[in-house]
Design a protein around this ligand. Structure first.
Ligand code: MN
Length: 499
């Protein structure tokens, strides 16, 4: 075997400058004092190909059992696997999006017996994965290192027919090979995650990248995204790695957070009782809110990995890698940075990108809208259908009318909601509602009338009875049907009572 120089990872000079680790607010420990969590995640993503990893059978979720099959996926003797070029292309694309080094790689056989894997080995990658050493940055700015993202094939699916649906008390089991041989990418993180929230943020970010790059549809509910969490604990401030347990196939972000919290606390309880955990796989019981032991965990040597003699190494050319790099979309992290560069707060930028409202916010800010007001609307008032189709120039006009004092915050919120539905401009809607800027002389005329009706209260207010401020503000609001600006009223009351 010849070795080739690894290619340089995605260039990201602009991005690297943004956040240093010390700027980042880390999640506070959810464990008793003195303990911290050490979490590494293995995520399996099914690739969005037409056909399977090594056969021409269709890669499609939800077909009649055993209809998307081929002799290769059934592991029949005499068949030979052929690598799906599209699967390699998508795998490289994700590797580049995760800042990995894309390198020459070798398929390996991972040997174990499982009824839904009839050839008794899974084709995976071992010591030479396609993508090595990258990172994912979550919205808070914390970076989690990615150790590898390797190609492999999925197994079939067993259904255990019996009361509990588990194998132990099943009368019989059924096997569906539609999923057997579906292309997978296994993305393995370093143990850089320190809490349930960070774990969820990491998986959410990875999911967003998978969807943005169209490498996978990233659907937890259809099993195209599956997470295993390796959890251990240690004394805070040390860098030891203690015995870990692997929680298998957690199938939602919510369960992931709960499972990690439960498991880490279980380890702390064991250590504090003078005991210790054993290395094993465990399953998350959603109803019971706890993990339960599965099989005791194999060591890598139990799998008897060896290079698959049926497949040649894959050695992507630099030209091919560059062609694939050119197809990368603007990634969620770059979209957050674009917003932050114009003055958006990190949390708000994260929410805007998550909701697909970042282009709208960016367009409005580029048209001169105040960043803080713009992002407040995006976060609080635009979590509605159709918001992304709002015209950025019209949105900017609304924000400017508000910051210029022509609309109160309440009026702006109301008009914004109507803009999403009608597509009309802020100024047209303001005119329709009679939301014209109330000039100070108009307000003063109203206040004079109110003072004439309440001379005693006014005298007491001028003498310093500050609690009457609310009463006068309320009267003006009532007279203007809530259209007056609170700040303008306060200024007017202060001016008039001291003159
Ligand atoms: Mn795997």
């Amino acid at each position: 075997m010849t070795t080739t120089e690894p290619l340089s990872p995605i260039s990201s000079t602009m991005l690297d400058a943004w956040v240093t680790e010390s700027d980042v607010e880390r999640e506070p420990s959810n464990l008793p004092d003195g303990w911290e969590m050490v979490i590494g995640l293995e995520v399996h993503a099914e690739l969005a190909t037409e056909t399977k990893m090594f056969s021409p059978a269709r890669n499609h979720f939800g077909g009649e059992p055993n209809t998307n099959v081929h002799p290769v996926c059934l592991g029949l003797p005499g068949t030979l696997p052929v690598v799906n070029a599209k699967a390699v292309e998508l795998s490289i694309k994700l590797g580049l999006a995760l800042n990995c080094t894309v390198q020459r790689c070798v398929f390996a056989r991972k040997n174990y017996f499982y009824p839904d894997m009839p050839k008794d080995y899974q084709i995976s990658q071992y010591d030479l994965p396609l993508n090595a050493e990258g990172w994912i940055e979550v919205p808070s700015g914390h970076r989690v290192r990615v150790e590898r993202a390797h190609m492999e094939e999925d197994t079939g699916k067993s259904t255990h027919v019996g009361e509990s649906g588990r194998i132990h008390d099943a009368g019989y089991s059924l096997v569906d090979y539609n999923r057997a041989g579906v292309p997978l990418l296994e993305i393995v993180s370093h143990p850089d995650i320190r809490g349930p929230e960070e774990a969820r943020a990491y998986v959410a970010e990875l999911q967003a990248i998978l969807i943005a790059t169209e490498v996978s549809d990233g659907k937890f509910e259809e099993g195209s995204l599956r997470v295993d969490a390796n959890v251990s604990v240690r004394k805070a401030g040390t860098d030891e790695l203690r015995t870990r347990c692997e929680i298998k196939n957690v199938n939602s972000l919510r369960s992931l957070g709960r499972a990690i919290q439960y498991e880490a606390q279980r380890h702390v309880d064991l250590y504090e009782a003078g005991d210790k955990p054993v290395q094993e796989t465990r399953h998350w019981d959603e109803e019971g809110g706890r993990t339960r032991p599965g099989r005791s965990k194999e060591q890598a040597e139990d799998y008897r990995y060896f290079a698959d003699p049926d497949l040649v190494p894959v050695d992507p050319s630099p030209e091919w890698i560059e062609e694939i790099r050119a197809t990368l979309p603007v990634l969620p992290r770059e979209r957050r940075i674009a917003l932050r560069d114009l003055g958006a707060e990190p949390d708000a930028a994260g929410i805007a990108v998550e909701r697909g409202l970042d282009e709208l916010a960016l367009g409005a800010m580029q048209a001169g809208a105040d960043p803080a007001r713009t992002m407040t609307h995006v976060v609080n008032n635009l979590a509605v259908d159709g918001a992304a189709d709002l015209d950025a120039a019209k949105f900017a006009e609304l924000v400017s009318m508000e910051t210029g004092g022509d609309l109160t915050a309440t009026q702006a919120k109301q008009i914004l909601g109507e803009m999403v539905v009608s597509g009309k401009s802020a100024s047209d809607l303001a005119a329709e509602h009679g939301f014209e800027a109330m000039d100070s002389s108009e307000l003063e005329t109203m206040l004079d009338a109110i003072i004439a009706d309440h001379p005693d209260e006014w005298a007491r207010f001028c003498d310093g009875e500050k609690k009457l401020q609310g009463m006068f503000t309320g009267q003006i609001m009532k007279a203007t049907k809530g259209q007056a600006d609170g700040k303008a009223i306060a200024q007017l009351l202060a001016k008039k009572s001291s003159s």
